[in-house]
Design a protein around this ligand. Structure first.
Ligand SMILES: NC(=O)c1ccc[n+]([C@@H]2O[C@H](COP(=O)([O-])OP(=O)(O)OC[C@H]3O[C@@H](n4cnc5c(N)ncnc54)[C@H](O)[C@@H]3O)[C@@H](O)[C@H]2O)c1
Length: 357
């Protein structure tokens, strides 16, 4: 492949999030969408015809396409490990939706396979690459808030079954694994690896009703609060649940330091309002370039494609995602054993320069 040749991308998984990925990926000149595969053939056929893509009949057919360099693994949570492993073993670079795997041992296995084969492994969330998040981390780095010591992150994701047609996979992993990963990845991108966690959890409303009217019962607590200590002295208080409605408790991310606070209204939104206040001062808006996007779903894959041609790792890398899975497992263990749990893994700090939105 020549340096200027667009990177071929194959889509694996044609569910709820595949459409937004495909629409956004189509806007990057360095990416060429090839085709799509899903176990549910009708879903793949629908997206293939809407977006003019090849519909692969099997995963092997997708993997045999020599033009596919990166596979976007957008399948359901429980399928991530086996599918990413298979793609890597077939010699494809992979960007996986979150979490990288449902077990840390498997997540690190994927990192090792990618490394041993000289392949790129990337993983969502990548929303910390959006301009609002980068404006916030820029304020922290500038020293304006003084020494940062505390982060408050709110992940109140409402009744997921009230909008998602297949909520079972989401309730099976829980809000921490499904959405807690966003602020966790943001925090680790700013402050490096976590060193210990203490979590508590509660079941608030176990009886739920799916969109089609079917009643079901939760088999795990849907509310959790975690205190996560980072190696460099910052502590994160993370609230995650599939209960409190998003419209009632915003998805805020606040970093508090000795001299002030910087906060984003919505850590998912690339154009979120970001504000700074000194300890005794009023809130002031932090100005940054707005891109007109809530989330650019293709951003991390386009970045991986650029890195492939420029010979650098993806910004949203697999080792950071595996470290996040370590944190998630530690939170679960902390709830089970009612104690502080240490986290020991490391990951290379992502090297960010300039705005990329
Ligand atoms: N829906 C969202 O708003 C959203 C947002 C961000 C990230 N995500 C992430 O994207 C992923 C998918 O979420 P979704 O909402 O699209 O879920 P979904 O349930 O709508 O779709 C998942 C798809 O994966 C397919 N699949 C499962 N096992 C497979 C296999 N072995 N081979 C091929 N296809 C397989 C299913 O048939 C299904 O079409 C999840 O990891 C989720 O965390 C979703």
């Amino acid at each position: 492949m020549t340096h200027d040749q667009p990177v071929g991308v194959g889509i694996l998984g044609a569910g709820n999030i595949a459409g937004p990925y495909i629409s956004d990926l189509a806007t990057y000149p360095n990416v060429e969408l090839r085709g799509i595969f899903d176990l549910d053939s009708a879903k793949a056929a629908d997206l293939a015809s809407k977006h003019g893509l090849t519909k692969y009949e099997t995963l092997d057919q997708l993997l045999a396409d020599p033009e596919v360099e990166i596979v976007a693994n957008l399948s359901a949570h429980h399928a991530h490990f086996e599918l990413t492993k298979k793609c890597l073993e077939a010699g494809k670079h992979v960007h996986s939706e979150k979490p990288l795997s449902l077990s840390a041992e498997q997540a690190w296995q994927l990192v090792k396979i990618a490394e041993s084969k000289g392949l790129r492994l990337g993983c969502s969330p990548f929303t910390w690459l959006g301009n609002a998040s980068r404006a916030l981390s820029g304020v922290v780095k500038s020293g304006k808030i003084g020494k940062p010591r505390l982060i408050y992150a709110e992940v109140n994701w409402g009744f997921i079954e009230a909008w998602h047609p297949s909520p079972a996979a989401f309730h099976k992993v829980g809000a921490l694994w499904d959405v807690g990963v966003y602020p966790l990845t943001f925090a680790t991108s700013m402050f490096g690896p976590a060193r210990s966690v203490e979590s508590i959890a509660r079941t608030l409303k176990p009886e739920r009703i799916a969109l089609d009217g079917t009643a079901f019962t939760l088999d795990r607590p849907e509310w959790m609060v975690s205190m996560i200590d980072f190696a460099d002295g910052v502590t994160l208080r993370l609230t995650t649940n599939f209960y409190v409605d998003k419209s009632k408790q915003r998805a805020t991310f606040e970093v508090h330091g000795d001299d002030g606070t910087v906060r984003a209204d919505d850590w998912l939104n690339f154009d979120s309002e970001v504000q700074f206040a000194s300890r005794k001062g009023e809130w002031e808006t932090v100005e940054f370039e707005k891109g007109g996007h809530y989330i650019r779903w293709g951003l991390a894959i386009a970045d991986m494609a650029t890195g492939l041609r420029d010979d650098r790792p993806p910004l949203a890398g697999g080792a950071q995602a595996a470290h996040i899975v370590d944190i998630l497992e530690a939170c679960e263990k902390s709830v089970r054993e009612s104690r502080l749990v240490e986290v020991t893994s490391q990951f290379p700090a992502p090297k960010l320069t300039g705005a990329i939105q």
